[in-house]
Design a protein around this ligand. Sequence first.
Ligand SMILES: NCc1[nH]cc(CCC(=O)O)c1CC(=O)O
Length: 282
Amino acid sequence: MITIGSRKSKLAMWQTLTVAEALNESGMETRINSMETRGDRILDVSIAKIGSKGVFTEELEEQLASGTTDIAVHSAKDMQSRLPDGFALIAFTKREKVNDVLVSRDGTIDLEDSSRPVRIGTSSVRRKALLRHYYPHVKTVEMRGNLQTRIGKMDSGACDALMLAYAGVKRMEYDDLIVMEFDEKTFIPPVGQGCIAIEASTSLDTAKLSRVRDCLNDVDSEVCLLTERAFLKKLEGAALYRLLVWRFWRVMRLFFMPVLPVSMDSRLSAEKRVVPGKMLKR
Ligand SMILES: NCc1[nH]cc(CCC(=O)O)c1CC(=O)O
């Protein structure tokens, strides 16, 4: 029996059920233990202001540490780059498309048309910076909460459209509201977007660990995720900037990774391409 910890939002539960089904199919029994986290309760403050460290993970980690649950299912994107001592990410599922999308009830929205005012709901520092840079005429409206809450707010007139991760929109079956797909090469996604990460205590029984890993881990996604996360961890010390890195390209044994420095007041610096190979060798 594998006990799985999860947040309670619909997206979290969709991801957890997908994981549970895969484990069931390979012959493991599962039980799901769902709970609210601090990040789910504080809805009036942006994650950047709360201080992103572990707001979606602390409660789940307490249960992993006490042995009440064996594994926790997370959106890889929501995981801090440095886990607290005693925890590890033991598997990454096959990654969904990594890009962001624009979601609206109004299919005629066109961000290229600067004569038309559009209000886009997002509280993400990265998304605000990108919109401000590429579509300076667009207004942004602070917007937090789970996907359903955000769509509800849009429907009650708080904004005209939402900028969201494709992965969540697809999983929650809002695909038909997509009015635009942002190109991932310019609108660089954050580390981990589109991937589900499995966390465990480092004292998890090794037989359980390898069964979970064998069943759920996708090697290509894992290599991308470990590279992105290692890079983020190395650079996070540079405090004033959030560095947004996207999955790497490998050419002739060199890793290339587009990096987008964004200041906390949502301004972009010039995009840089870096070779993180050296940094990743430790
Ligand atoms: N910030 C919340 C969050 N965490 C993961 C996803 C989407 C799913 C994923 O990236 O795997 C979302 C919603 C969004 O940013 O639009």
